[in-house]
Design a protein around this ligand. Structure first.
Ligand code: SAH
Length: 220
């Protein structure tokens, strides 16, 4: 397999990141299925050609249109916090390259992903179809509205930072559902927030750790 050594290093970096943040996330280690998905999905195929070698570095990378592909550790911990099962239907806001969607698709039944930049949405759909994923649907629209026609979701992951949790996303989170979302202003302090809805419909939320994401843009 290409980039085998880089891939191994990426997994080691993720594991040490998880160990370093265990007091904040409450997780000592990742679900082995999440690590397996991170090992399996070819991250180098999601970055621009000249960055393939850097694809496994423990950081975010620019992917055009002012956007980034998230750091491997961040993709892994956010996915882990969702506690997906093979039955889960997941909503992602911020498709970007489609990398996180591919990881989610390894673990869940169906992934719906929303992206506001048409070129990114098109490129991601093309890339993922080419890789054979048939359980990812992407649409170009405003993530603040979620995807009401496909709700409720067992899990929602937002990969851009919002000032507050969009109310449409709260409405679309089903009973027993889990949402992970970076909350905070652009280029200032942001916290990764976990929101859960219990079986009685009550919402609970907690801030886990400081993060840095591109902003979730409001078009209206
Ligand atoms: N998950 C991506 C990385 C996301 S970067 C990956 O794995 O590659 C954040 C993405 O959120 C960007 O592509 C940006 O265009 C998108 N975004 C920002 N605001 C949005 C909104 N209101 N609705 C939908 N997508 C949005």
């Amino acid at each position: 397999m290409a980039f085998e050594r880089e891939r191994q290093q990426m997994i080691a970096d993720i594991e040490s990141g998880v160990a370093a943040t265990r007091s904040m996330t409450g997780r000592d280690q990742l679900d082995p299925r999440v690590l397996e998905a991170m090992r399996h999905v070819p991250r180098e195929d999601f970055v621009p050609d000249d960055l393939r070698r850097s694809a496994f570095r423990d950081g975010a990378l620019p992917v055009g249109h002012g956007q980034t592909i998230s750091q491997p550790y961040m993709v892994a911990i956010m996915t882990d916090l969702l506690e997906l099962t093979p039955h889960s239907v997941v909503l992602e806001i911020g498709t970007g390259t489609g990398y996180q969607a591919a990881i989610l698709a390894q673990l869940a039944r169906q992934v719906y992903s929303v992206e506001r930049i048409p070129e990114l949405a098109r490129a991601a759909q093309h890339r993922l179809s080419g890789m054979g994923y048939d359980n990812i649907e992407i649409r170009c629209s405003d993530g603040y509205q979620g995807w009401p026609e496909k709700a409720p979701f067992e899990a929602i992951v937002v990969t851009a930072a919002a000032a507050d949790v969009p109310s449409a996303l709260l409405q679309q989170l089903g009973p027993g559902g889990r949402m992970v979302i970076p909350i905070g202003l652009p280029y200032s302090h942001q916290e990764l927030r976990l929101v859960t809805r219990d079986s009685d419909g009550q919402l609970h939320s907690s801030n886990l750790l400081g993060v840095a994401f591109v902003p979730m843009i409001k078009d209206t």
